[in-house]
Design a protein around this ligand. Structure first.
Ligand code: EPZ
Length: 418
């Protein structure tokens, strides 16, 4: 298993490019199952979760061809509409094929996702939503099987809880249902809007994506399209925080500032200068002091839970007490004990972490647990005194494309040890 070796103390400077969004690419790849025509997606990052989804699509019978950061999927024959356990256990976002398979192939067999490091993360809301559209489901041997032999029927569906992939799953299924589907309490993440834009290019009739109410008029079939995925706001946000924690000055290129409003506001509150240089470039410059700042994770457009661990690492260097509240997942503080081992002063009280800073971090041997917790350990290592080794960096490779190369190019002393 690969490890990172990081020597702290280098200021980041220069320009860091943003890759395509993993969390827009995953549902976009699943959407390709909705048509027999080839769909080409551009700006697809080369990260483990995407490779997993490509393998899953091929398993169902689709032809998947990758050319650099473009992927073409032709789901002409779906002869195995299922997501097997050995794929789903490595990536719970495999549940995104449930809706498209039921809608297109009239049947889907998807392994239930096991537990996940950051929480139970069931898919009950996905299943209930598809049942509302007339699918019949039953669970056995760890699989959920959904059937709709006569097709799906458009309905009003109100989500009990806001769910990003649940919204995407239902929206994709509804594109081929009979009649109109209205989704209430829908997720408003930019990735939901991006999938809706792809589906519209494929011939779907969707309005309201990006708001809490999405309307979908079902059509008989969808056709091929070409679509460029939005940039990854979580990757961009991670690099903005990397700049701030090292006292650097960095341009984040190829991003969408409009997707980063909550983080920009909090970084400014902490004393970091953030300027929108143009439509797709953010200039980030650390101030001479870092002020303690409270965050509470919320659904978009609130502060993203996927940036909580990274911001906590930054607050270990801020002067004062910072309160970090995690409202989305029940167990998303696993980075805290590792940061504490590096010298951070963090106390966990239920869904709240209290960070006292600044503390001088010292390099240590630490272990990655989940994707974003691992990113926060990289950030801490960039400012820690001495050498840090991070084991199990495959967690990081799930969602960050060539992170060590991008950081090296900006001046970080980081190497991958295979
Ligand atoms: C998406 O996961 C993202 N993944 C996650 O990013 C992100 O953390 C999360 O949204 C929240 O923003 C992708 O888009 C592929 P949810 P998702 O359904 O859709 C509960 C990363 O690091 N819930 O919005 O799985 C759930 O347990 C990943 O890139 C149910 O109870 O998250 C959670 O507490 C991590 N039943 C809350 O809702 C369900 O059926 C929000 O989850 C579904 C969800």
């Amino acid at each position: 298993m690969d490890r990172f070796l990081i020597r702290g103390g280098q200021r980041l400077t220069g320009t860091i490019p943003t890759s395509g969004s993993k969390n827009a690419a995953l549902p976009a790849l699943a959407a390709c199952l909705l048509t027999a025509d080839p769909v080409t997606l551009e700006g697809i990052p080369n990260v483990r979760d995407i490779n997993t989804m490509e393998r899953l699509l091929a398993h169902t019978g689709a032809i998947v061809q990758r050319d650099g950061n473009s992927v073409t999927v032709a789901a002409t024959n779906l002869d195995r509409p299922e997501a097997p356990y050995d794929v789903v256990k490595t990536m719970r976002a495999s549940s995104l094929v449930l809706g498209p398979l039921v809608a297109r192939a009239k049947v889907a067999r998807v392994s239930m996702p096991g537990g996940c490091a950051i929480g139970a993360r069931p898919i009950n809301l996905h299943v209930t939503a598809l049942e509302a559209l007339g699918a019949t489901t039953h669970q056995d041997h760890g699989y959920i099987e959904a059937r709709a032999p006569k097709g799906l029927q458009g309905k009003l569906v109100t989500f009990d809880k806001i769910t990003v992939t649940g919204t995407e799953d239902l929206m994709m299924a509804a594109t081929l249902a009979n009649g109109e589907t209205i989704i209430e309490n829908a997720a408003r993440e930019p990735e939901v809007e991006d999938v809706a834009n792809l589906l519209t290019k494929m011939g779907a009739k969707i309005s309201g994506a990006g708001t809490s109410t999405i309307r979908i008029q079902g059509v008989a079939r969808l056709h091929g399209a070409t679509h460029r995925i939005i940039p990854d706001r979580i990757e961009a946000g991670t690099f903005m925080i990397a700049c701030a924690i090292t006292g650097g000055e960095v341009r984040i290129a190829g991003c969408q500032p409009a997707h980063l409003g909550a983080l920009i506001a909090k970084l400014r509150q902490a004393g970091v200068t953030v300027e929108e240089e143009n439509a797709d470039t953010l200039l980030v410059r650390a101030g001479d002091t870092l002020r303690s700042t409270d965050i509470t994770t919320e659904e978009h457009p609130g502060f993203a839970t996927d940036l909580q661990a990274q911001f906590m690492a930054l607050m270990t260097q801020a002067t004062g007490i910072s309160f970090v509240k995690e409202n989305i997942f029940e167990n998303r503080f696993m980075h805290a004990p590792e940061l504490t081992r590096m010298g951070a002063n963090i106390r966990i009280d239920g869904r709240q972490a209290i960070v006292a800073g600044p503390t001088q971090l010292s390099g240590a041997q630490v272990m990655a647990t989940d994707l974003r917790a691992s990113a926060s350990l990289v950030l801490a290592a960039l400012v820690a005194k001495g050498e840090t080794t991070i084991d199990r960096v495959y967690h990081i490779d799930r969602g960050y494309e060539r992170i060590e190369e991008k950081l090296q190019a900006a001046g970080a002393d980081i190497t991958r040890i295979s």
